[in-house]
Design a protein around this ligand. Structure first.
Ligand SMILES: [Mg+2]
Length: 239
């Protein structure tokens, strides 16, 4: 019997409007160049860093552990471009870099997601498990509060705070242990085959792939979070 449902955040509950992140990266680049008084030729190198970061966030590995926290991302960037900010400059860049989302925030991926979460909460503990990128858990909490979905969660696990990330099994097991629930009694929903579906499987947690647009590449999958309860009954919660 399923007792705990864990949910991915990005592209499962919230989504960026088109080009949001690109616009934020341009603003981040401007801020870094201005703060460190760098010449314009550094802009290309900073863009390279963002491209490398995006790729690494999609494929987490031991080699790219520098992507886990925004602090480490910036240190990686400054080493790559041979820039040496003072502590004060570093903190000011870090603040801008991590809080950019607040000006141009992501939106809920489906309308009435709150109704869906409310229904799930009647029967299950709900835990958010999110791999964070440039925007840390501290800022994502504010965004979730603004979107009025923060309070549905019994626990929030952000990779930059726990210093581990999906698809590592231990991040899923952290949620199970917190509620004294077995992995077999847990279901994880997310949009990434590698990070969510296979990650959950590696922890023996029951996966559901969230695919609002794409073609099915695994079973079970859902096209809307409103299908979750049916899917759960069909595949995992037959009792
Ligand atoms: Mg996702």
């Amino acid at each position: 019997m399923i007792k705990l449902v864990t949910l991915d955040l990005w592209d499962t509950l919230i989504i960026d409007k088109k080009d949001n992140e690109r616009e934020r990266d341009l603003k981040r680049t401007d801020f870094i160049v201005k703060t460190l008084n760098l010449s314009d030729e550094y802009r290309g190198k900073i863009t390279d860093h963002f491209n490398e970061l995006d790729k690494s966030l999609k494929y987490p590995s031991e080699e790219n552990e520098w992507t886990i926290t925004p602090q480490a991302q910036l240190q990686h960037l400054f080493t790559a471009i041979n820039a040496y900010p003072s502590d004060e400059q570093f903190l000011s860049i870090l603040k801008f870099y991590t809080e950019c989302d607040l000006d141009n925030p992501p939106v809920l991926i489906e309308n009435d997601i709150n109704i869906c979460l409310e229904k799930l909460k009647e029967n299950y503990k709900l835990v958010l498990i999110s791999n964070t990128g440039r925007t840390p858990g501290r800022v994502l909490r504010e965004i979730l509060k603004e979107l009025k979905i923060l309070n549905y969660f019994d626990m929030l696990i952000f990779s930059d705070e726990v210093k581990m990330r999906k698809p590592e099994p231990k991040i899923f097991l952290t949620a199970c242990e917190a509620f004294h629930v077995l992995p077999e009694e847990t279901m994880h929903v997310g949009d990434s085959m590698l990070i969510d579906f296979n990650g959950a499987l590696s922890a023996k947690v029951n996966p559901v792939l969230y695919l609002p647009n794409g073609n099915s590449i695994a079973t079970p999958f859902i096209r809307s979070l409103f299908e979750l309860k049916d899917s759960m009954g069909k595949y995992y919660d037959k009792d």
